[in-house]
Design a protein around this ligand. Structure first.
Ligand SMILES: Nc1nc2c(ncn2[C@@H]2O[C@H](COP(=O)(O)OP(=O)(O)OP(=O)(O)O)[C@@H](O)[C@H]2O)c(=O)[nH]1
Ligand SMILES: [Mg+2]
Ligand SMILES: [Zn+2]
Length: 307
């Protein structure tokens, strides 16, 4: 029977079936060898074929082809990658102005990752209930930046189920993944979508204004019938593994839509004459923070600074 992986705990997998049943399964040994580059040949969001065995542990015999997937570098095995989630329709990028502050560069890395895997993204500006005056100014500035890049922005109070409903409308019948720093309120928002899930939420360290890495594994939840969301751990390192620099401009929508106006068709938008991207930046059509993130990524740096 065909089911979908909700969670992986090393050797066991929680698999969901269209009738709503959830069962524990194991993989057959041969599956593990099929994809040796990845630490997890079966990932959250995968469609799998399960063989039911009376009185024994059910087994996953096959993994169906993925429409897309998000990977990150494995923490302990340097050359191998870890598939965070597969077959995703939408990415929710959780952003906070403070407690903790999400740097522009971090937002841009998450957005580039979503673009690179062909996953549409929306931004959620969370904790609006505790915004100070300067947080409101920053939120307005960020909203302008991301609107002009072509993204939708939703101010949010994740602790308020009524506010959460406004975003839930955009997730219906989809599988979404929620990305963001530890402590930004990802699990809190999912709880507001469906309070009976009781996901663990953490508090914020008073000293460092950072989250405490409360969610430790990616897990998919059915928040309402037919609507799924993958909660993920707050990632410090967000993998852009194997990215081809010549392609990077394609992953910035505001660069992508203008690059055919550059004088040279192999323009890298780094000081070449007649570059439409630099022109658009100078005339205020492309946000300087976005352009700086692009340059940092081209230089192989990790753009996490506040600009
Ligand atoms: N004031 C306020 N606090 C919030 C809001 N959303 C989340 N929080 C608080 O922020 C803290 C962290 O929330 P979590 O949901 O655990 O954050 P997370 O993004 O899941 O963090 P990790 O699992 O560590 O990646 C908790 O104390 C929440 O109550 C909000 O809209 N307003
Ligand atoms: Mg969490
Ligand atoms: Zn150019």
């Amino acid at each position: 029977m065909k089911g979908r992986v909700l969670k992986s705990t090393g050797s066991f997998y929680k698999v969901w079936f269209p009738d709503g049943e959830i069962v524990d399964c194991k993989t057959r040994g041969s599956l593990r060898l099929k994809d040796s580059k990845s630490t997890n040949p079966v990932a959250v969001g995968d469609w799998v074929e399960v063989e039911f065995k009376d009185g024994l542990i059910h087994s996953i015999n096959n993994v169906y082809d993925r429409s897309n997937y998000i990977i990150r570098k494995s923490v302990n095995l340097s050359k191998r990658t870890h598939v965070l989630a597969a077959n995703i329709d939408l990415a929710l990028i959780m952003v906070t102005m403070s407690s903790p502050r999400t740097p522009y560069g971090f937002i841009d890395r998450m957005l580039v990752t979503a673009e690179a895997y062909d996953i549409p993204a929306i931004l959620i500006f969370n904790k609006a209930d505790i915004w100070t005056e300067s947080d409101v100014l920053l939120a307005n500035e960020m909203e302008d930046v991301y609107h002009s890049a072509g993204y939708e922005v939703f101010p949010m109070v994740a602790t308020d189920p009524f506010r959460a409903l406004g975003v839930l409308e955009h997730l219906r019948e989809k599988v979404s993944v929620i990305l963001g720093q530890s402590g930004s309120g990802k699990s809190t928002l999912i709880n507001s979508f469906n309070p009976s899930l009781h996901l663990r939420v953490g508090d914020i360290s008073m000293v460092h204004q950072q989250g405490k890495h409360t969610t430790t594994f990616a897990e998919m939840h059915e928040v309402v019938k037919g609507t799924f969301i993958v909660d993920t751990p707050g990632l410090r390192e967000f993998g852009l593994t194997g990215m081809n620099k010549g392609e990077l401009g394609h992953y910035f929508p505001e660069i992508r839509s203008r690059m055919n106006q550059c004088r040279f068709n192999n323009c890298m938008h780094m000081n070449e004459p007649g570059c439409a991207i630099e022109e658009a930046m100078e005339s205020g059509k492309i946000a300087p923070t976005r352009y700086r993130s692009y340059l940092a990524m081209m230089d192989g740096e990790t753009p996490t600074d506040d600009y």
